[in-house]
Ligand binder design. Structure first.
Ligand code: AMP
Length: 281
């Protein structure tokens, strides 16, 4: 496994791999890896001959007052985990190598980013789509792997790829959970032991939504209400939003004849957690 920090060097490597007929897979991450990330890596490994993992805590997707500075980082440990997959290249640029001081161009995926997390984190998705577009230009992947954990991010990237004709296949991977149901996340490292218990409310709420949808699917509002009720019972959990939207378009007032996404964002102590489930008719 080699580590590349320079975008130019990464591009030279990618161009030469493409010329040799390799199929390049990319898994973008912000590091502090867990089993969820490794599941994406293994999926990328199966479908590509050269697998690149990027580790980049992207300042452009964090708002003022968010956790950019204290976001957990452990490059050595990440590399040891990636080596075992095995990953061929770790691309780990510094922010200054990714953004020149006079950079002013952005990629914006439009309406799909306006609701859910987009409504609560202004500028977040613009930062995400911009860095992913840059990574696609630098790493030149045939295929890129994204988790359904960040469902709106996945949809925004799929929209960007269609709208801007990126020649990259997007491979979605289902949410990987801890044994008790908590969705794996680098931010789980922030949780104290009581917060870790409170955090279970998110997956329990989604389970209640799934059950309501299965047994008595009268309308999306009722399904959302079943989830909200579970979250409200947990004192340590402060709801940011619980919403039911069309799983393709993310538009409100979904029809139960189509897959719906139930998405939650909530604070447990100071930690902001997200989780979701897609319910099929
Ligand atoms: P992050 O490092 O949080 O930016 O995540 C990098 C990629 O891993 C994104 O595509 C995430 O959606 C994905 N990911 C993070 N956690 C999980 C999880 N628990 N299950 C599946 N994918 C995940």
């Amino acid at each position: 496994m080699i580590v590349i920090t320079s975008p130019d060097e990464m591009t030279r490597y990618a161009e030469s791999a493409r010329q040799s007929g390799e199929r390049i897979g990319l898994v973008p991450t912000m590091g502090f890896l867990h089993d969820g990330h490794l599941t994406l890596m293994r999926e990328g490994r199966r479908q590509s001959s050269v697998l690149v993992a990027s580790i980049f805590v992207n300042p452009m997707q964090f708002g003022p007052g968010e956790d950019f500075a204290r976001y957990p980082r452990n490059f050595e440990r990440d590399c040891a985990m990636l080596e075992r997959v095995p990953v061929d290249v770790v691309f780990a640029p510094e922010p200054a190598a990714m953004y020149s001081t006079d950079a002013q161009s952005w990629v914006d995926a439009g309406d799909i980013t306006s609701g859910l997390c987009g409504a609560h984190r202004p500028g977040h998705f613009r930062g995400v789509t911009t860095v992913v577009a840059k990574l696609f230009n630098i790493v030149k992947p045939h295929l890129a792997v994204f988790g359904e954990k960040d469902f709106q991010q996945l949809r925004a990237i799929q929209k960007m790829v269609r709208d801007l004709n990126f020649d990259v296949e997007i491979l979605p991977v289902p949410i990987v959970r801890e044994k008790d149901g908590l969705a794996m996340s680098s931010r789980n490292a922030y949780l104290s032991s009581t917060e870790r218990e409170d955090a279970l409310a998110l997956s329990l709420a989604l389970r209640a939504a799934r059950e309501k949808h299965r047994t008595d699917p009268c309308c999306a509002e009722e399904v959302v209400f079943a989830a909200t009720r579970v979250l409200k019972r947990m004192k340590g959990v402060e709801i940011e939003y619980v919403e039911g939207v069309d799983a393709e378009t993310l538009s409100r007032h979904p029809s139960l004849d189509r897959p719906i996404l139930i998405a939650i964002a909530a604070r447990v102590g100071k930690t902001r957690l997200i989780d979701n489930v897609v319910l099929n008719p």
